[in-house]
Each structure stands twice: as structure tokens, then as C-alpha cells.
Design a protein around this ligand. Structure first.
Ligand code: HEM
Length: 316
């Protein structure tokens, strides 16, 4: 084989790279000589991935339930990579902002489209049985879902809607966390006590949520937007990616998800209790939660009608 000038040039560059690290290029070339070639299944960790489904029952559709939750968590992870990068930069430019928020939007749109896998893709009889082996676990306990919320907006917008006014000048994430909206969704219908689902969730994640909330005071997506030059903040494309994000995360995904609760848990006279024990009918619909990440980008009417059909068509 001919040692071309191109190869010599690359060797020289490699030599410089390793010399700068105080390392010997020749030893690294040995490493290259002995290293095994990369195989798809090793790189993608296929065997590990396929070993991560551990059903609690022998109903075959439980595997669909587990895999779809895992798929969702992986998309959440992709969204979080974008939030981290957006928040880490001092000065984000408009093109980067639009591109990265669009990435997040695409992940949520993929999840919204595929949610039918849950809504109609499992046998109801099987679901109603295997879910009883999963108590008190619930998707409510998805830490990554909450991380996405904290990365998206000022913490005050996650406070329960009836407490926002009173806490709007609070500087304390811990104080606001006490009234975070999701706690209301996790109170026992009868006694008004915290559900076990919530207690366990808080034990596992509460401190992480507060620490992340503090970290995101100046780096959440809304704050990144506010640091764009003023004319960019008025740009329709910028505003529309954020509005679409609000619609995806706070209307369309919750509605797709709510449809699955209705399909499996609704009964004519008395609805079936959720595994997390919540009053899910009053809690899950977006029009009751009124969770809005970017309230300044919506008119009072749009906020008033949050979660009603016409909002979804607003950008069409
Ligand atoms: C048949 C499928 C599903 C049903 C029947 C269902 C039902 C429910 C119910 C009733 C709640 C209210 C809390 C509770 O009491 O448990 C809830 C919350 C939640 N679920 Fe699901 N769920 C399903 C699938 C999923 C999937 C695939 C995910 C993906 C991670 C998920 C994520 C969540 C989240 C994040 C919440 C909290 C929502 C909020 O606080 O607004 N769920 N689910």
C-alpha cells in the first residue's frame, strides 16, 4: 500500500494531537491495530435494550405498555439534550434557537402521533388486569417529564393556577415548589391526603426538582428567548416555534394521553380508579390544569380557552 502525502499529513496531525496531551502516537496506533471493528449490535446496545422489559404479569400486552413508556422516556431524553444546550450558551442566536426548539417540537409531535399505540393498541381486558400489578406506580412519576417542564419556563408558571398571583414575587423555588400544580393531581379523592404515588415520587425526586429549578432561573427556555435581541423576540418564526411548543407539550400531548385514560378507565357511572389514585378526570384535561409555559405569547382569550379545540387550529 502506498503511503500517500494525505496519510502522512494525517499522521503528522495525529502526532501533534497526542504530543499536546503528552502521549505517544505509536502506542495509540498499536491500539488501532488490535481494536475490534465496531458492530451495530454492540454500539446500539441492542441486547441490553431488549433485556430492559420486565413485565410483572404474563399478559402479552404488558410488554407493549412497558416498551411504549420506554420509547417516551427516550424521546424525553432527546428533548432534554436540547434544553441543556440552549441553556448552556450565553448568547443564542435566532437561527439556533428556532432550529433547536423545532427539534423538541418534532420529538413531541412523534409522541403525539404515536400515542394511539396506547389508546387503541392494547387489549382492554388485559390492561385492566395487568395494571393492578403495577400499583401505585404511574406515569405521573416520570421525572424527565417534570425536568422538561422546569427547563421550559419560569417556575411560577408551574405553580398551581390559584396560587400564582400570591407567589408571583417569590424568589424562593422551594416555596413555589410547595404549590406546584401537579401536587393537586395527586391527592386522594376521599381524604384529600397525598397519594402514595406522590409521596414516593417526592422522596425520589423533590430535591432534584428544586436544584434544577434554581439552576434554570436564568437558563430556562423562556429566559433564553428573553435574551434574544429585541427584534428577534418579535420575529413571527421565533414566536411560532414557542407557541407550537406550548401547544405540543401542554395541550396535544396531554389530550392524546387523556384519551388513553378515558378508553381504559372510564365507566358509565363510576370511573375506574387510576393506579396513582388521582381524581384523573378533573386533573388531566389541559383546560383544567391551564399549564402554559409562555403566557406572554398568548392573548387573554387564548389563555381563557386553553385546551379547547380552536387553540390547536390557531397555527394551522
Ligand atoms: C393506557 C395508557 C395510560 C393510561 C391509562 C394512563 C393513565 C394516567 C392517569 C390516570 C394519570 C393520572 C395520575 C394517576 O393517578 O396515575 C396519568 C398521569 C400521567 N401519565 Fe399516564 N397513562 C397512560 C400512559 C402513559 C404513558 C405512555 C406515559 C409516558 C411516559 C404517561 C405519562 C404520564 C404522565 C407524565 C402523567 C402526569 C401528567 C400530569 O401531571 O399532568 N402515561 N396517567
Amino acid at each position: 500500500m502506498e503511503i500517500t502525502p494525505d496519510i502522512v499529513e494525517k499522521l503528522e496531525k495525529l502526532n501533534e494531537k497526542y504530543a499536546a496531551l503528552g502521549q505517544d502516537l505509536s502506542s495509540y496506533l498499536d491500539g488501532l491495530l488490535y481494536a475490534d471493528s465496531v458492530k451495530y449490535w454492540d454500539y446500539i446496545q441492542v441486547d441490553t435494550l431488549l433485556s430492559l422489559q420486565k413485565p410483572k404479569t404474563s399478559f402479552p400486552d404488558e410488554v407493549i405498555f412497558i416498551v411504549y413508556h420506554q420509547i417516551t422516556e427516550l424521546y424525553f431524553r432527546l428533548a432534554l439534550c436540547e434544553f441543556e444546550q440552549l441553556g448552556a450558551q450565553n448568547a443564542v442566536n435566532k437561527a439556533f434557537f428556532i432550529e433547536r426548539v423545532n427539534r423538541i417540537n418534532r420529538y413531541f409531535e412523534a409522541l403525539i402521533k404515536s400515542f394511539e399505540i396506547m389508546v387503541t393498541g392494547m387489549d382492554k381486558e388485559q390492561f385492566l388486569k395487568f395494571r393492578m400489578s403495577l400499583l401505585p406506580a404511574s406515569g405521573f412519576q416520570s421525572g424527565q417529564y417534570r425536568f422538561i417542564e422546569i427547563y421550559s419556563t419560569d417556575f411560577i408558571n408551574l405553580v398551581h393556577k390559584d396560587k400564582r398571583e400570591a407567589l408571583k414575587s417569590s424568589n424562593s423555588i422551594r416555596e413555589m415548589y410547595e404549590h406546584i400544580y401537579w401536587k393537586e393531581g395527586a391527592t386522594e379523592v376521599g381524604s384529600g391526603k397525598k397519594t402514595l404515588t406522590l409521596e414516593q415520587f417526592e422522596q425520589r425526586y423533590q430535591e432534584e426538582f428544586i436544584i434544577l429549578g434554581e439552576k434554570c432561573i436564568h437558563t430556562n427556555l423562556w429566559q433564553v428567548f428573553k435574551r434574544l435581541p429585541e427584534e428577534d423576540q418579535k420575529d413571527e418564526k421565533v414566536i411560532n416555534v414557542l407557541r407550537q411548543n406550548d401547544i405540543n407539550v401542554n395541550i396535544n400531548w396531554p389530550l392524546a394521553h387523556y384519551k388513553s385514560a378515558v378508553r381504559y378507565l372510564e365507566r358509565p357511572n363510576d370511573d375506574i380508579a387510576a393506579t396513582g389514585g388521582t381524581n384523573w378526570q378533573k386533573y388531566l384535561p389541559p383546560r383544567f390544569q391551564k399549564r402554559i409555559f409562555y403566557p406572554e405569547l398568548w392573548s387573554s382569550n387564548e389563555k381563557e380557552d386553553w385546551g379547547k379545540a380552536w387553540v390547536m387550529d390557531a397555527l394551522a
